[in-house]
Every structure is written in C-alpha cells, then in structure tokens.
Design a protein around this ligand. Structure first.
Ligand code: URA
Ligand code: SF4
Length: 267
C-alpha cells in the first residue's frame, strides 16, 4: 500500500507542498476562511491555517496515511486499456472545433486506466501541447506534490482535461469548444470508472457540473456528476495556487475531504 514518501512531509507531518506557501501572503484570509484565529502572526499562511484547524494535525495525517490508497482495481479487463487507446487515436485526429488549428498535438490524458481518482483540468498549456501529456509544466509538478502528500502518484490516478487541444494564448476554452470535446471526457470517465472526480479550477468545475457558479461557492461540499452518482470534488487549480499560494490550505482541506470518499474509514 503506497505511503507518502517521507520527504513529502515536514517534521510536523505536514505536507511540504502545503508549507511552501509564499511567506506573508494573505494569512488573514486563511484565518478568515477557516473561521480561525483572529490574529495570525505566522508568516506561513498554511501553517497558520493548520493551527486554525483548516488542516488536520500531524497525528491525524499520519493515521490517515496508513489507509491512503487501497490497491487499484486489478480485476478489470484489458478492454479498458483498449477502449482508451482507441479513444486516444480518435482524439488525435479530431477536427471538431476551432482549437484543432492551433495545436501541436492533442493531449488526451494519462494515468492508471483503473484509477480510483480522476483529476480534471482545463486545457493543455504550452508544455502539455509540446509533450502531448497533461499537467507536465509547473502546475503539473505542484499537482504531483499534492498527490504525493496524499500517498498517491501520477501513475495511480488518471489525469485529463476538459478540452484536449491548447487554446491560443492559453485563453479559457469557449463553451462551444468545451461542448465539442465533452464526449471524449465522458468516454474517458466511463472507461476508467473512477470512484471520484476532482475538478481542478473554475473551467473544469463549470463544465462538469454544468453551472456558472463561482468556484468558491462550489468548494466545501460533494457534488454529483449530473446524470450520475459519481462524486465530484471541486478545488482550486494548481496554476492558480502558484499565483495564490495562500489557498493551498483550502486545497488540502478539499483533498482530505475527497480522500474520505475513497478510503474506507479506519476503525
Ligand atoms: N492546466 C490544465 O488545466 N491542464 C493541463 O494539462 C496543464 C495546465
Ligand atoms: Fe477535437 Fe477537443 Fe481538440 Fe476540439 S479541443 S479539436 S473537440 S479534440
């Protein structure tokens, strides 16, 4: 059973990706968001948030990490792999929306075809367009660190985007482009059959949940994918966290909430 690598946790047992918040940024905001301490003096907002109760103490984390990840589904057939590969080939030739014209290559998605967790981002950026893989740039490295803190690796989860081609200048994919690409994402979800979806950022959340609601109002509860019972947890996009590290504490909260959905409770 995978455990968080020791180097992903600090001496207090808190994940290092969380602690690498920019010193001094928005500590008060975290305290406010968590209903916590009135005067936050700590220069590391995430630490302050953990003291304010936003992040479980080290002991909770340690206990939780014991049960991080049950074995991925092993009994499922190789058909899933075949289905995904056929879909990947179909996407590679897709010209269904205007984004086709600007891509170097399509970015289908990757990870464990039998993953329990499926992370959904917005659209390929420059690095992804160049490599043909999702989340391989800076935001991808942060996503990897977040996964490691949960005791997961990129190989264990499945990662895909709402649209498979890079929008020009990294603009948000338009509604028509998201709609044109949606069938592929739905087919990926049907093939992988994850136990939950994590929507990374507003575009993914809006697409999956078919809503215009602000991300902040979608966090903090568990949604269901419309037309199904598949749980969807909404959190901030790692690229946003790179600009606003103060929100890392909230993302960690979201991820721990999500983990309760896939991990049988420890008794
Ligand atoms: N941002 C995304 O939403 N997806 C990627 O694949 C990379 C960055
Ligand atoms: Fe096809 Fe999706 Fe690329 Fe549009 S974004 S061309 S629908 S693969």
């Amino acid at each position: 059973m995978p455990q968080p690598a020791p180097e992903t946790l600090d001496a207090l047992g808190l994940p290092r990706w969380l602690l690498r918040a920019r010193a001094g940024s928005g500590a008060g905001e975290v305290a406010q968001a968590t209903g916590g301490v009135a005067a936050v003096t700590d220069s590391e907002p995430a630490v302050a948030a953990s003291r304010a109760g936003a992040v479980p103490p080290a002991s909770t984390l340690a206990a939780a990490s014991l049960a991080v990840s049950a074995p991925t589904n092993t009994g499922r057939s190789a058909d899933v792999v075949e289905t995904l590969e056929a879909l990947r080939a179909e996407v590679a030739g897709c010209q269904a929306c205007a984004l086709a014209g600007g891509r170097t290559q399509t970015v289908f998605g990757n990870g464990n075809p039998h993953a329990r967790w499926m992370f959904i981002g917005e659209a390929p950026g420059r690095d992804e367009d160049a490599r043909g893989e999702p989340f391989v740039g800076k935001a991808g490295r942060l996503l990897g660190a977040m996964l490691n803190a949960l005791g997961l690796t990129r190989d264990e989860v499945y990662v895909a985007n709402v649209v498979k081609c890079r929008p020009p200048h990294n603009r948000d994919p338009e509604a028509a482009e998201r709609a044109a690409c949606r069938g592929y994402l739905d087919a990926q979800i049907r093939a992988v059959k994850p136990e939950l979806l994590i929507a990374l950022g507003r575009v993914a959340a809006a697409s999956l949940l078919e809503t215009d609601a602000a991300l902040g109002t979608l966090r903090g509860r568990i949604h269901a994918l419309p037309g199904s019972e598949l749980p969807v947890v909404v959190t901030y996009h790692p690229a946003y966290l790179l600009r606003q590290p103060v929100h890392k504490a909230r993302v960690w909260e979201d991820l721990l909430r999500a983990r309760q959905l896939v991990v049988p409770q420890v008794v």
